[in-house]
Design a protein around this ligand. Structure first.
Ligand code: BDR
Ligand code: CA
Length: 306
């Protein structure tokens, strides 16, 4: 059983990742922390709470940072995920609220209360993790591991020719995370751009899981439309759920061990690059993936829901 905190900017593929984690028997979802990126932090917080309530779980949500650690905030990705984050689904007001702690405070407390046990899984910009390290650097030695959805080693970018969206939103924070000396796995575009799913895959979730599968199928329509227009294929990538799946099924991924740094200025801002000789500890960069097994595990797990 993996004790996981997902740091998230929900977001359509974030919803896939969170609902997968809620249903996966090998994950204890300790909490969610919210972050800007696909939407504002206010909307991300509301959506995160709505997702765990939809899954009928009492999971704490801690509100994260409103802006990057150093640079000015970038525009949120409403064109990709819709103004309210779940495509054309109307805003969902949760019954409960975020807890009083900030995301950074919650991460530090959870890690120190569960030494060596917490897996942090950021699937948005890395600001909250950088803030948590700033608040208490001791967490770096107490976390079990960190699985990042973000970056791209050799696959190019998706918001600029060289930068992936989560890193581009806060490259300074990402560089702090790759330098922190904890056990980091990067699930970036090198693998997530291989995991495509189709409208048929999501339509197939509605009958076995009318509530959760029905919601995902409705939300993902906007994501399909974006990819039809921008990328020219009838489907979407499964970025964030691939990262969560790598925590419970690392055997489905091949990794290359590389110290990494992030370019924080100039035309290549947000690019993740090899940093041999930097003295940084190596990150496990996912470079291979069993696409069918990852997609099937996601679809089977959501279908097992309600
Ligand atoms: C990442 O950016 C966001 O749009 C997605 O939710 C995912 O976390 C992919 O580049
Ligand atoms: Ca995300």
């Amino acid at each position: 059983m993996q004790k996981v905190i997902i740091d998230t900017d929900p977001g359509i593929d974030d919803a896939m990742a969170v609902l997968f984690a809620c249903l996966c028997p090998d994950i204890e979802l300790v909490g969610l922390t919210s972050i800007f990126g696909n939407v504002t932090t206010d909307i991300a917080t509301r959506n995160a709470k709505a997702l765990v309530e939809m899954a009928r779980l009492d999971v704490p949500v801690a509100r994260g940072a409103d802006a990057p650690v150093s640079q000015a905030a970038r525009p949120v990705a409403w064109d990709v995920h819709g103004r309210e984050g779940f495509g054309d689904v109307a805003p969902i007001t949760p019954d409960g609220q975020a807890i009083d702690e900030t995301a950074a405070e919650f991460i530090c407390r959870a890690v120190l209360e569960n030494p060596g046990e917490i897996v942090l899984c950021p699937v948005g910009p890395l600001t909250n993790l950088a803030r948590a390290l700033e608040l208490d650097p001791a967490i770096a030695a107490q976390v079990k591991s960190v699985t990042v959805m973000g970056g791209s080693l050799d696959a190019g970018g998706n918001v600029t020719p060289s930068s992936e969206a989560n890193i581009w939103q806060d490259p300074h924070a990402a560089d702090v995370v790759f330098a922190a000396g904890w056990d980091v796995t990067m699930v970036g575009l090198d693998v997530t751009h291989q995991v495509k799913c189709t409208p048929q895959h999501f339509a197939g979730l509605v009958k076995p899981a009318p509530v959760l599968g029905g919601f995902l199928n409705e939300a993902v329509q906007h994501y399909f439309e974006f990819h039809r227009t921008v990328d020219g294929f009838d489907g979407c990538y499964m970025h964030d759920p691939s990262a969560v799946i790598s925590i419970v099924r690392p055997d489905l991924f091949a990794v290359e061990r590389e110290p990494l740094r992030v370019i924080v200025e100039g035309a290549e801002t947000g690019r993740t690059v090899r940093a041999a000789g930097s003295g940084r500890s190596a990150t496990s960069v996912c470079t291979g993936i069993d696409v069918d097994a990852v997609r099937d595990l996601f679809l089977e797990t959501v279908s097992s829901g309600f």
